[in-house]
Design a protein around this ligand. Sequence first.
Ligand code: SAM
Length: 248
Amino acid sequence: MTDLTEPGGKVRLHVDAPLGEGVRVVPDAGQSHYLLHVMRAKAGDAVSLFNGRDGEWRARVADITKRSCVFVCEAQIAKQSETPDIWLVFAPIKKTPADYVVQKATELGVRALQPVFTRRTIVTRINEDRMRANAIEAAEQSGRLTVPEIREAMTLEKLLAQWPRERRLMFCDEAGEAPSIAEALKNAPAGPWAILTGPEGGFDPAERESIRSRSFVVPVSLGERILRADTAVLAALSVWQALAGDWH
Ligand code: SAM
């Protein structure tokens, strides 16, 4: 069995079906097209499959027809594991940066992506299918064994009102009246976290006050310079992973 490889490494595919020794899995139409007509897969070639539950499995390509094929699971190559318990709560930004945010947040190991509408949010509609497609592709390329949950977008006020109290919400506040993220995470208590970033126009004063009034909120500064919203996401997630996540 030869591993099918693409520029980023061996072909890894996310499937919904259960995985186990000898289990036969039928790829979706997009995956079949990619394998047969882009990767020119042959019977006997190997791909890796994961479904977020059963770990990662090496599977053989079989029963090739003009339009489809079947995967036969041969061996488990990684036991199921989960990323650290961190969510990203982000005010949606224009299309391209939003794809970028989903892709990078998935690579950086978030467990869930929660779009939130704030007062200065320009974007009014979220394409959850597009977010999910971007998250799956980033999970496939980054070697993770799960795909982050795409949570339904809602207003900031509604989100804060129903926030799970045991989860700390790190509030990236560009107004500058907060300790540095490194300071705030020093001796960071274990347990679930989330990171909140604002839109292009930032948070308005009333919103800032409402956020800061919550017991589960931890305001942080990402330094003196004002970062673009997508940069702020990368910066905050990277520092969190280094100080409180699975990079330390
Ligand atoms: N227009 C806003 C302003 O000029 O104040 C900037 C908003 S910034 C483009 C988007 C979001 O990134 C902010 O709401 C905040 O969550 C985060 N952010 C950017 N720079 C930051 C900083 N230096 N400290 C904390 N958060 C920051």
